[in-house]
Design a protein. Structure first.
Length: 200
């Protein structure tokens, strides 16, 4: 038979225990980057890109400078080969001044007697030199070439201070100087060749 007082007594005589952990782990909220972190990352990336672009620019300039120097040396070598192989006119020609000697050690270079063919165009030198345009990735480089020719003393091999034009036993020295600008820097290359007069 149901007895309310007994049921109440039974309920009150039993304790109910609930497990309560000492530390409850709650899921952490996901958060994005702060403005300071984004600004710092952008600054580092910008510095890296600037350094990379500077490296590419210097590499390009160095390549252009090397290519221009090779072209200039080829031009000077062409004039040097002509000086070594072309027969010296006797008597000296009044129109061909390629072998005309300087009137002293301090005489400036000249472009008289220098010619250059660029395609169908023939470029003639003047007293101030011969200007030869060189193409390339860096644009047109204007090359100015001058020549200086001296008599050499057949005994000492030194340059004669005065012009001597003999028909035999003559030694002549030529210096070809090329001036040009590239990457806003002035460059100068010189080629010196010597030969004997092959006049018989």
């Amino acid at each position: 038979m149901y007895r309310p007082d007994q049921s109440l007594m039974d309920f009150s005589s039993h304790s109910i225990s609930v497990a309560c952990p000492a530390h409850v782990v709650r899921p952490r909220r996901q958060r994005g980057f702060t403005i300071i972190e984004v600004a710092l990352a952008a600054f580092v990336s910008a510095v890296a890109l600037v350094a990379l672009f500077e490296t590419f620019a210097k590499s390009y300039q160095l390549t252009a400078k090397t290519r221009a120097r090779d072209q200039v040396r080829a031009v000077l070598q062409s004039f040097g080969d002509r000086f070594l192989r072309q027969p010296v006119p006797h008597p000296p020609s009044a129109t061909d001044h390629f072998f005309q000697t300087c009137a002293g050690l301090a005489a400036p270079g000249t472009g008289d007697g220098l010619t250059w063919r660029s395609g169908a165009t023939v470029i003639n030198g003047t007293a101030s030199g011969i200007t030869i345009p060189l193409g390339g990735d860096a644009g047109v480089v204007n090359l100015v070439v001058n020549r200086q020719v001296w008599e050499l003393d057949e005994d000492t091999g030194q340059i004669n201070s005065s012009t001597v034009d003999t028909n035999a036993g003559r030694m002549i020295l030529a210096t070809f100087t090329a001036d040009y600008d590239i990457n806003r820097q002035h460059q100068k290359i010189t080629l010196t060749v010597a030969r004997t007069d092959d006049y018989q």
